[in-house]
Design a protein around this ligand. Structure first.
Ligand code: GRG
Length: 293
């Protein structure tokens, strides 16, 4: 299969649904809806919704339309995290997804509120997922754990605190597995839950997603050092100047690449436990290791 073509088609489909779901720009008060749409449609690979849908199909899920609200809600939460991550009080970035960041265009107050609004709208949308209430509840349990202090927020807090600490491999693993790995793992696991996969399948998805998330963040670190700003869509070479604890900082570029490769193999081994049905996830894991954006 051509994985690039698969990802392109999936992204286009998700974009169509996001367009349909998000409040129109003109809805009062227009400025906030404009800001929400600006960041969502600034670009983005739509990786987390794609992973949810791919895992859903891998366990035999057939009614994609029914789970599309959940898939798209992940992209809204992800975009929210990017807007807040870019704020002057956090990473202070001017560019994201190849465009000026939200606070550069709309000012800090509206950028903060656009993030908040995407977050709350994500839950409004998620509740429209057409699965039995018990299944939705389980999926939401996984999601809320992944985005709270035992997931993204915990990782982000230590990412900031870490700038004042000595680089240490355990802290590094904590930051990456929480800041990035937890959400990616949740996206894959939720796909399995919504598709009513068997317990063993969901476990393989959860594990594989966690390993893939680690590899993803290590590649993100590597791209900060060697990536092309135009492709990456944001300023590169920032981590070293801000004293971030990253894989290249702790293990060097080659050591980081080896570790990203090792996590990718672990992810592949987990997805292969699904047999033929795990094939697309295997291809995505390989693609993410080789990506340049
Ligand atoms: C509770 C969701 C939430 C967030 C609040 C600000 C914050 C706490 C967390 C920031 C987390 C963060 C930005 C982690 C980095 C993850 C990462 C590698 C992002 C880039 O993801 P891509 O490459 O981006 O999928 P695109 O633009 O393609 O969607």
């Amino acid at each position: 299969m051509d994985i690039r073509e698969y990802l392109k088609k999936e992204k286009e489909k998700i974009d169509r649904y996001l367009e349909k779901y998000l409040p129109p720009e003109g809805a009062y008060p227009s400025i906030i809806h404009k800001a929400m749409r600006y960041s969502v449609f600034a670009g983005g690979k739509r990786l987390r919704p794609i992973l949810l849908l791919t895992a859903y199909r891998a366990v035999g899920g057939k009614k994609e339309e029914d789970v599309m609200p959940f898939a798209c809600s992940l992209e809204l939460i992800h975009t929210y995290s990017l807007i807040h991550d870019d704020l002057p009080a956090i990473d202070n970035d001017d560019m994201r997804r190849g465009k000026p960041t939200s606070h550069k265009v709309f000012g800090e107050a509206i950028a903060i509120l656009a993030g908040d609004a995407l977050f709350s709208f994500a839950f409004e949308l998620m509740l429209k997922t057409r699965v039995p209430p018990g299944v939705l509840r389980k999926a939401m349990e996984v999601l809320t754990r992944a985005i709270g202090t035992s997931g993204i927020i915990g990782g982000q807090v230590m990412d900031i605190e870490g700038e004042k600490l000595e680089p240490d491999p355990r802290l590094l693993r904590y930051i990456h597995s929480h800041k990035t790995g937890a959400f990616i793992s949740a996206a894959v696991e939720i796909g399995g839950i919504l598709g009513r996969g068997k317990k063993k399948e969901i476990e393989a998805l959860r594990k594989g997603g966690g390993y893939m998330g680690m590899a993803f963040q290590i590649v993100d670190d590597i791209l900060d050092v060697v990536g092309d700003e135009k492709k990456v869509g944001k300023k590169t070479q920032k981590d070293a100047t801000s004293g971030k604890i990253t894989y290249p900082a702790v293990y060097g570029l080659d050591g980081a690449r080896r570790r990203a490769e090792r996590y990718t193999h672990l992810a592949i081994n987990s997805f292969e436990r699904l047999g033929k049905k795990g094939k697309v996830l295997v291809e995505i894991a390989k693609f993410l290791f080789e990506r340049d954006r």
